[in-house]
Design a protein around this ligand. Structure first.
Ligand SMILES: *Cc1c(COP(=O)(O)O)cnc(C)c1O
Length: 354
């Protein structure tokens, strides 16, 4: 079965086999070697300076990392502006609400791009300590343009908190713009690991001012103990095995730039194939990520029919979320997939629509 949903992804044999390594106690030096390697490789993935940036690992899915970042890195008494143009922006607002963080939402239609100029004006009229935005809004496949926002945040001393769960490892991330205080991501999307290990990469100066709003996901404690080759709880040891192997593979394959190029090719192959069958992508390619694209359902075909027929041929596609579930379906090209797989996918669509 090939997974075309936005994580978990189809594993390479190499990563799958890494799960079968020796049993490991998380209080032994071998585990801390593994933890150190994962943290080092995550910081290196975007060539960041380890003196300035720290990768903080945690056990959970991508949302755990987003929750840890929002609850920890909006300082005590801070105010958060949440940019929402999809399900994941809404989730960040719910997290802020849950933790009693003072926040406001700059809300846009789910098919729309956020108005960055208007958001920057908001930063000038009201006091915010932080802005949170989704990099790749997986709801629609839109890659939100963050560079101008990152620079505006840097100029105003506002910390940008980026949900990069479905972009880290495959899209350019503007760490040089100076505005990013932290990003949250997971092992099992563009990095091709298994679910269970997630992480925040945070500026060390932001970590030093972290609030203590949560217990298990408390980012300051996780960072401090991990820096001391320690861990507060039992981590998902096997997911760490897979993450480290996936990061080695990622580096050998050429890092995020090579992965970007590979996904871009596969995504274009699918877009062209479906367009030839009359199925248009929901967004123009230049506004979409290379990671996932949303397409309009063909007339008279329900998502369920399409999903079940493709599953019978070995492909798992993904539904639209919320109000978009009747209109869209989504295809991600993350994971161990190649051009032949996409050819077979398009052939399956052809047969099915005949
Ligand atoms: C997948 C995803 C998440 C996290 O979802 P989990 O199910 O917790 O892994 C968060 N944000 C974005 C943009 C995502 O694509």
């Amino acid at each position: 079965m090939l997974l075309l949903n936005p994580g978990p992804v189809t594993l390479s044999e190499r990563v799958r086999k890494s799960l079968l390594q020796t049993d490991l106690c998380h209080r032994e030096p071998e585990f801390f070697d593994l933890q150190d390697e994962a943290r080092r490789r995550l910081v290196a993935a975007y060539e960041l300076d380890p003196a300035k940036w720290s990768a903080v690992l945690m056990t959970g899915s991508g949302t755990a990392a987003v929750e840890s970042m929002i609850a920890g890195l909006v300082p005590e008494g801070g105010r958060l502006l949440v940019v929402e143009n999809g399900v994941y922006g809404d989730r960040v607002a719910q997290i802020a609400q849950q933790y009693g963080i003072e926040y406001e939402v700059a809300k846009y239609e789910w098919m729309q791009a956020p108005d960055i100029d208007a958001i920057v004006r908001l930063l000038d009229t009201k006091k915010f300590t932080n802005v949170a935005i989704i990099h790749h809004e997986t709801t629609t496949g839109r890659l939100n343009a963050i560079d101008a926002l990152s620079r505006a945040c840097a100029q105003r001393g506002v910390g940008l908190l980026l949900d990069a769960v479905s972009s880290f490892g495959a899209e350019a991330i503007d760490f040089d713009g100076g505005g990013i205080a932290a990003i949250a991501a997971t092992a099992n999307k563009c990095l091709h690991g298994v679910p269970g290990a997630a992480f925040v990469i945070a500026r060390r100066d932001a970590l030093a001012q972290a609030a203590s709003r949560n217990y298990y996901l408390g980012i300051a404690r996780l960072a401090k103990l991990q820096d001391a080759r320690n861990t507060p709880f039992t981590p998902s040891v096997h997911a760490y095995y897979a993450l480290v192997e996936a990061l080695r593979e990622f580096e050998e394959e050429g890092g995020w730039r090579a992965r970007h190029a590979r996904y871009a090719k596969l995504a274009e192959q699918v877009r062209a194939g479906l367009a030839a069958l009359g199925m248009e992508s929901a967004l123009p390619p230049e506004e979409s990520s290379v990671v996932l694209r949303a397409y309009r359902l063909p007339a008279g075909v329900t998502y369920e029919t399409l999903h079940d027929a493709l599953k019978a041929k070995g492909f798992v596609i993904y539904a639209g979320q919320g109000g978009l579930s009747k209109e869209l379906f989504r295809i991600s090209t993350m994971g161990a997939l190649d051009a032949n797989d996409m050819d077979r996918l398009i052939s399956s669509f052809v047969e099915l629509l005949r």
